[in-house]
Design a protein around this ligand. Structure first.
Ligand code: Z5A
Length: 213
């Protein structure tokens, strides 16, 4: 079943710390929405478009960066991602499920690395125009549990190598973002198993976006 002509897709972002289960949920959620007959695209940040994937390599493969430079790299990648992948999909009536988005920059470069909220807002205005997620699912998990899951994979990146205090600030920042914008954000208990987390996300989508998934 295709989208109604002229119906814009909905934009859902998944946020949270390392190992919270965003990738796992994005796969299951996309499959579930597709099974319900919705056209849906799964994407991720940093990345999601050819140029943005190249910038991902710069961000994760180099550094440490100055926090403003690092935020600008994330927003340069995001602008490419929005222009080439997200907006065309939404305009074609396709739902977009995105693993991380602008809230990650506020949490990691802001709370984690000291970038000011004003600079973040300026970069949002420049890179995103009026685009904001319709719904953000914040997967909340004590950082030590998330790190345990992520490190078990044995491929830690330089964010994962940061200390416990950094990860505690990042977690608190995501919860503060959700408290600041309760209409856009739903906090999910990511300590539950994968099926339960999927069920929680579907309940939030039903309640907030009014679809019968
Ligand atoms: N970053 C930034 O600083 N600023 C920005 O603006 C943006 C990003 C956009 C991208 O790394 C890094 O970029 C990220 C922030 C920074 N920092 N780090 N690290 P990435 O894309 O490589 O990593 P990630 O986004 O943090 O994802 P992750 O570490 O892969 O975690 P995840 O996607 O949330 O989790 P997962 O891969 O779904 O699951 C991890 C493991 O746990 C895996 O073995 C699963 O099978 C297991 N799992 C998943 N869900 C569950 C549940 N519910 N129960 C039990 N076990 C589970």
């Amino acid at each position: 079943m295709g989208p109604e002509p002229g119906t814009r897709g909905r934009f859902i972002t998944l946020e949270g710390g390392e190992g919270a289960g965003k990738t796992t949920l994005s796969r299951a959620l996309t499959a579930k929405l597709a099974a319900e007959g919705l056209p849906v695209l799964r994407t991720r940040e940093p990345g999601g478009a050819p140029g943005a994937e190249a910038v991902r390599g710069l961000i994760l493969g180099h550094g440490p960066w100055d926090p403003v430079a690092e935020a600008m790299l994330h927003f340069a990648a995001r602008r490419e991602h929005v222009a080439r992948t997200i907006l065309p999909a939404l305009e074609a009536g396709i739902w977009v499920v995105c693993d991380r988005f602008a809230d990650s920059t506020l949490a990691y470069q802001g709370a984690g690395q000291g970038l000011s909220r004003e600079v973040w807002e300026t970069l949002c205005d420049l890179a995103l125009g009026t685009l904001r997620p319709d719904l953000t699912l914040v997967l909340d998990l004590p950082p030590e549990r998330g790190m345990g899951r992520a490190l078990a994979r044995g491929d830690a990146n330089r964010y994962e190598m940061q200390g416990a205090d950094f990860h505690a600030r990042v977690r608190a920042a995501f919860l503060a973002i959700a408290a600041h914008e309760p209409g856009r954000c739903a906090v999910l208990d990511a300590s539950r198993g994968p099926q339960e987390v999927l069920d929680l996300s579907l309940a939030a989508i039903r309640e907030r976006l009014g679809i019968a998934a």
